[in-house]
Design a protein around this ligand. Sequence first.
Ligand code: DGI
Ligand code: FE
Ligand code: FE
Ligand code: FE
Length: 189
Amino acid sequence: TVTTTEAWNIVRRHLPEKRFKHTVGVRDTAIQLAQHYQVDEKKAELAAIVHDLCKYFNIDEMKQGLATVGEHHWATCGSELLHAPYGAIYVEKELGIKDNDVLQAIRSHTTGRAAMSPLEQVVFVADYIEPNRSFLGVDEARKYATVSLDAACLFSLTNTIQYLLSKKSPIHPYTVEAYNYYTLKGEQK
Ligand code: DGI
Ligand code: FE
Ligand code: FE
Ligand code: FE
């Protein structure tokens, strides 16, 4: 597997300046959250460093790569979703990252999913609240991140779904499943 230094060099070459800065923010935030919630810090760091590696890859290349491993259901999706599941395939193949926890955190970082592991939640939330983010609601999201990972995930999912609805964009079933899961989980306490 790659070292974090090697991963940084690869990410540097693939990402434009702004996306690289975002990645630094996600790495720092993921490490903080991992420490706060007693999640494996090294896994969180590696997943964060490579999470957006494929953000600007060719859409057809990503769809084909996913279809090759039997995931034909991404056919109607754009690169804003494809870079996450394809990223997991790519870093396994090209960077030799074998850790399934890390790969799963990369796979679910955009849509989320029902019953995410704490590591997945750390990366999902870090991606949403890193210091370079400036959208409406991000400060509230940062507050939830100090309360609990479940609360932060639910807030992020709710906000993202509202944003997608306002744009009349399609909402991926994984996003809906994640929202339903964390809403129901919140009601039970
Ligand atoms: O890659 P990033 O910009 O750091 O962040 P991301 O991977 O979390 O999200 C990328 C975009 O994907 C963001 O604009 C929101 C959008 N998105 C998240 N969930 C869904 C979605 N877009 C659609 N169409 N459907 C979703 O369920
Ligand atoms: Fe992303
Ligand atoms: Fe995200
Ligand atoms: Fe990101």
